[in-house]
Design a protein around this ligand. Structure first.
Ligand SMILES: Nc1ncnc2c1ncn2[C@@H]1O[C@H](COP(=O)(O)OP(=O)(O)OP(=O)(O)O)[C@@H](O)[C@H]1O
Ligand SMILES: [Mg+2]
Length: 366
């Protein structure tokens, strides 16, 4: 029953603050994804949880016991690291079955565990070769198989699907979640891929600059991002604007964008003064007919600048007097073409206090 408690963990490398006071709790049998830009501390956090890196401050508990007090063979971890995937001098089979062999299981059990793990990751290659003869994607599959064969209770996976081709990675992500849920494991899975995190995590931890920016279910992070950064990082593209609060209407706040367009936005926070407004491309309804929009509020006028077909929906770039906006429309709706004059009806938007560091820095992927 591994739950993981992390208390105020700090880790520096010289001047670089890799982890800057991280506290969080991961529940037993939970599938948690950690996402965040490169350098935000994801791998460092995972290694601290595994007990591979000792933090400068703070503690990690697995099932209430400090991780450094648990002998490594008793930690029951299934590890896939980002930098070193496999033992280079061992064959693929020996890598896969490393843990059952070390634990002294008999030949038949070792064989069974190895074969089961390999079948889960859908790999069909000779197993007597060494890792360096394989592509990184195939090495990743073997690393995953090794983690699964370890009979671990806690899986710590650092970008486990990052080098695997997109189609296989997509099916493997669901398989991973299925395995974790059916065996009652706890998984902490680091990924760059927000879509991967959204689609399999019970909860997502968003990291930024060594800190936890927000933790929540995919839906919570999508519907209620606490910062512009989370709004940009979760749920795909978003359009950001600076604006000013000019009034209130019940639980809604009325804001003016730079060039005078007005939006009425649900805002329990009751913000004032300078604000950031974020509009998701899927929260805009687009029409050619002005009569279909019956208000001068929540409406922007523009011209279609670009049209991109993305399978089930179409992505438009629209030039408006407030700047460029991305709009996404399901493909079964009417299709606009470059140059069409359109009205954008904003159905939903998010409002944030204007960040001290400025909007551009607050949403930068670094
Ligand atoms: N061994 C090390 N020595 C010096 N600096 C390090 C070391 N390991 C990590 N860092 C630095 O600590 C910060 C956090 O690194 P970390 O590897 O945890 O980031 P990450 O979120 O995993 O990034 P990525 O998405 O690129 O894997 C980065 O600035 C990195 O350069
Ligand atoms: Mg990393």
């Amino acid at each position: 029953m591994p739950n993981v408690v992390i208390v105020n963990v700090k880790k520096r490398y010289g001047d670089i603050v890799a982890l800057d006071g991280v506290s969080l709790e991961i529940r037993d049998r939970e599938y948690v994804c950690i996402i965040g830009p490169s350098g935000s501390g994801k791998s460092t956090l995972l290694k601290v949880i595994a007990g591979i890196i000792k933090p400068d401050e703070g503690k990690v508990f697995i099932d209430g016991v400090p991780v450094d007090k648990i002998p490594i063979e008793n930690r029951r971890l299934g590890l896939v690291l980002q930098d070193i995937l496999l033992f280079p001098h061992m064959t693929l089979w020996d890598n896969t079955t490393y843990s059952p062999v070390v634990r002294g299981l008999n030949y038949n059990l070792v064989r069974e565990k190895g074969l089961t793990a390999l079948s889960l990751v859908e790999i069909d290659i000779p197993l007597e070769i060494l890792p360096n003869e394989l592509s990184r994607g195939a090495q990743q599959k073997i690393a995953l198989a090794r983690a699964l064969a370890a009979d671990a209770k806690l899986l710590l996976l650092d970008e486990p699907l990052g080098s695997i081709d997109a189609r296989t990675a997509r099916s493997l992500r669901y398989e991973l979640r299925r395995i974790v849920k059916s065996l009652g494991l706890t998984a902490i899975h680091v990924t760059h891929n927000q879509e991967e995190a959204m689609s399999i995590a019970d909860r997502i931890i968003v990291m930024r600059k060594g800190k936890v920016e927000q933790i929540g279910t995919p839906l919570e992070l999508y519907t209620n991002p606490r910062t512009p950064f989370v709004c940009r990082f979760i749920g795909g593209e978003a359009n950001f604007f600076e604006g000013k609060v000019i009034g209130r209407n019940g639980k809604s706040t009325i804001v003016a964008l730079s060039n005078g367009s007005k939006l009425e936005i649900y805002d329990p926070k009751n913000l004032n003064g300078k604000v950031v407004i974020a509009i998701r491309p899927e929260h805009i309804v687009m029409s050619v007919n002005e009569n279909e929009v019956n208000d001068d509020i929540n409406v922007l006028e523009g011209h279609i600048a670009e049209v991109h077909f993305l399978g089930s929906y179409i992505r438009y770039v629209v030039n408006t007097n407030e700047g460029e906006l991305i709009v996404k429309v399901p493909r079964n709706k009417i299709i606009f073409k470059e140059g069409d004059r359109v009205y954008l009806h904003v159905k939903h938007a998010y409002l944030f206090r204007y960040p001290e560091e400025g909007l551009e820095k607050a949403i930068a992927y670094e």
